[in-house]
Design a protein around this ligand. Sequence first.
Ligand SMILES: Nc1nc2c(ncn2[C@@H]2O[C@H](COP(=O)(O)OP(=O)(O)O)[C@@H](O)[C@H]2O)c(=O)[nH]1
Ligand SMILES: [Ca+2]
Length: 448
Amino acid sequence: EVDVFSPQYGIGNEELLPSRSTSLNISNIFYGIMFDAGSTGTRIHIYTFMQKSSAEPPHLDNEIFESVKPGLSAYVDQPEQGAETVRGLLDMAKQTIPSTHWSSTPVVLKATAGLRLLPEQKAQALLSEVQELFEESPFLVPDECVSIMNGTYEGILAWVTINFLTGQLYDQNQRTVGILDLGGASTQITFLPQAESTLKAASEKYISPFEMFNRSYKLYTHSYLGFGLKAARLAILGALGGKDESRMYRSSCLPPSLKAEWKFGGINYKYGGMAEEVTGFQSCYAEVLKVIREKLDQPAEIRSRTFYAFSYYYDRAVDTGMIDGDQGGIILVKDFEMKANKVCEALTETNTGSPFLCMDLTYITALLKEGFGFYDHTELQVRWRAYSGTTVWLFRSHYKTGEGIPPTPFSPLAGSTHKSVLVRGGPHQGAEGIRELPRCQATLLSVG
Ligand SMILES: Nc1nc2c(ncn2[C@@H]2O[C@H](COP(=O)(O)OP(=O)(O)O)[C@@H](O)[C@H]2O)c(=O)[nH]1
Ligand SMILES: [Ca+2]
């Protein structure tokens, strides 16, 4: 709906969607298909755009969503089968989009941390199968649009989306919020530093300058591969990267009597608990600390900023009744700790629910406190079952360089029937130090 990346930086003659004039000649409706290939599942978003007049930007008229589990990375050695899961979703797009529009509807797939963790060749094999599938389909397949999105864009795009949803991108007295995304295989922290010292202290790798709506931003964004919730489970068990399917991995964060198997990234892991005496929060916390300590950056400024936490932060908070699934809520870091303590201490008595709940909550606690350096009393907005990642979809600027779109005040949460935000833009060029947004980099965050 909104071109957040300032159009004067939206360069490039090739457009992913039909140009304004073409789309008006044929029809004022057009479509786009975006796949978010996450580590735990693959999701399709089918967008309908409507453009009422050539003077107006197109708006998002409808979105259809579907998902499958597991994610592509589970098919590490069966790339064709992996692509089949995508085919199922793509068939939905055929049923939804009128055949007259197929050839002008671009289809894009962006993979996140599940594929980043695979050996490059195996990830490439999966992407090639998908690419082939797309090319055999009647849809438009722009170059380089089936690929892995890097963690920096994942963080930036989620930040843009949440700040769009909270109305901050339009606000005169802008008070942007930071984001914490905890996926299955990687985690991101992104915020707009206000202190010069934050920018100075941070490695340049984690500072992303860009412009949108005639404002300049220098975001701090850091993605940690292998620190998503599910990858962390493996790290805690000492099984990350392990290929030995016969080995039993044990942890004090699991029920003592537990013996089970768990499949992640195409590998079967046997896991179980330890003796009762060494089971519980304290020993679990110590175990978890080993994988977190000194591994993460701790920009001091985050302690005084507002953060929205979603994905697994949200899921686990809802699972344990800390917040209402519809309303969301504010959670203190120490609330996660208290809940972890309670669940872990009850491990020996009860053996219901998810065997990983104690580990997950303990990991979240340690990640926030020892990893990022939040205080016990830091408040987190755990508001949404927000699906961040690659779900946003970029089409290259429909607007000629310099033309611009007025940044109209817009409150997408109030009265909006759409839960997704279209962030449209092009590569950033021109201004010095402006990062280039690669082709097909699009961000749309659905909020459920
Ligand atoms: N973006 C997105 N996230 C989802 C969706 N469904 C579930 N999730 C959440 O995404 C998290 C898992 O992250 P995932 O995207 O699979 O892994 P990543 O590749 O590390 O980002 C969990 O908290 C899920 O609740 C969805 O449809 N889209
Ligand atoms: Ca994700």
